[in-house]
Design a protein around this ligand. Sequence first.
Ligand SMILES: NC(=O)c1ccc[n+]([C@@H]2O[C@H](COP(=O)([O-])OP(=O)(O)OC[C@H]3O[C@@H](n4cnc5c(N)ncnc54)[C@H](O)[C@@H]3O)[C@@H](O)[C@H]2O)c1
Length: 348
Amino acid sequence: MGSLNFALVGCGRIGERHAEHISKNGCLKAVCDTDSSKADQLAQQYSSTAYTSIDELLKDSEIDVVSICTPNGLHTEHSILAFRAGFHVLCEKPMAIKVVDCGRMINEAEKANKRLFIVKQNRFNPPVAALKKAIDEGKLGKILSAQVNCFWNRNFDYYNNSDWKGTRELDGGTLFTQFSHFIDLIYWMLGDVKKVYAATGNFAHLDTIEFEDTGAVILEFFSGAIGSFSYTVNSYNKNMEGSITVFGEKGTVKVGGQYLNELEYQNIEGFEITNLPKGNSANDYGHYQGSMSNHGEVYENVVDVLTNKGVIATNGFEGLKTVEIIDKIYTYARAQKVTHNGVEYSLT
Ligand SMILES: NC(=O)c1ccc[n+]([C@@H]2O[C@H](COP(=O)([O-])OP(=O)(O)OC[C@H]3O[C@@H](n4cnc5c(N)ncnc54)[C@H](O)[C@@H]3O)[C@@H](O)[C@H]2O)c1
């Protein structure tokens, strides 16, 4: 197979980053956005064809892979349309906002005999990849527990400048848009989650978003390990921390920084993580920084799988697991009554 042809659906902030990496790893044949000015602008930049409807774009038979960069709540519909048109799909995180929809996407990929890739680029952060490798090689011994802290800032303007972020229907929750990468990483490193206990609340965004801005979660893993996960978008004025600490029988490692970019602590029996390559910077959204910008590695993996014998970096099953763990957390938390400013309410 020669160079792969890609189509991009959703020409927003992350769509622009996809376009940049598609052009380095293949050919961006077509782009689509319901906002014609965004589609036109990207099409002009990359000499591709602009569409305002995914149905029209999918009539282009020269496409190999469709990259889905639309709001969370549209990933399922757009992925399924692409499979039915006979194309492979690279879908942005979160795979979907309902577990049942993840299952539908996996089934449609099977029916079409096409591949489904989920974007989880934080797996490629150098300290994260080194920690995963050390765990897999048994350097930390049996994993006993983990602690995850996600202390970011997202203010009124961040949500107000978007027509979908903060909405139940298209965003789904803070764990989906801001912190699903972190859920993916603890699943990747510690395995599947058996049980959760959680409390969530909306403390500073009552007029801005339709769900929680903060959560405190306890996780029990099938392996017997336990974990805690604290998250908020109320860190004063700016992002403070995004970190994972893993405690094993033979070692403790903390990967932190603002966006899992630094190896902050390591103490491992007879072993040391050394020579970490310098990572990429974070996705920069002006006042906000997001996750580490490793979409280049994501596209290299797509090409490797479709043209060589590569293994999908994050497959649909793993994408589903993140959504399932988030669903467990929200189901537990929303069944609890939360008291805030003397008012008892439930998030359901
Ligand atoms: N991997 C990461 O680190 C990362 C970072 C940012 C965003 N994301 C994910 O990428 C997706 C997009 O996020 P964003 O920040 O770029 O949002 P955005 O609002 O900037 O872009 C979304 C685009 O989709 C377009 N769109 C909406 N409905 C459409 C439709 N029916 N057909 C075609 N286009 C349509 C919008 O007009 C908009 O241009 C989300 O799922 C988000 O969670 C992932």
